[in-house]
Design a protein around this ligand. Structure first.
Ligand code: FES
Length: 122
């Protein structure tokens, strides 16, 4: 007999969230829980975390959601698509671990993810 978990059960709810730490360029850290399926950008914007502008709303068309993925997490976040790579060319101070946070989808595998924001998004 399979385990039945109520959709309202707090344990079930918690399993659908991943803890993500956003670090501003001045070193200020914000650790929040983001729902699986949302993007890293959406997690920041919905929680009023400064440093991610997301002018295009997640359409991979502005590069104002630029983040640096912590080196320990680059394998799990994967690589940027060709479209994302070309958009990243518009970001200032692009580095090997640069990503557009709207293109990183949150999942259990990213529980504990750390991203750093650049000094500015323009
Ligand atoms: Fe515009 Fe990510 S929000 S490219």
């Amino acid at each position: 007999m399979g385990e039945r978990v109520s959709p309202m059960c707090p344990l079930r709810y918690r399993k659908q969230m991943a803890k993500i730490t956003y670090i501003e360029s001045n070193g200020t850290e914000h650790t929040i829980e983001v729902r699986n399926g949302q993007s890293v950008m959406e997690g920041a914007v919905k929680n009023n975390i400064p440093g991610i502008d997301a002018d295009c709303g997640g359409a991979c068309a502005c590069a104002t959601c630029h983040v640096y993925v912590d080196e320990a997490w680059t394998a799990k976040t994967g690589t940027a698509s060709v479209m994302e790579e070309s958009m990243l060319d518009f970001a200032q101070d692009q580095r090997p671990n640069s990503r557009l946070s709207c293109q990183i989808s949150v999942s259990d595998a990213l529980d504990g993810l750390i991203v750093r924001m650049p000094e500015n998004q323009h």
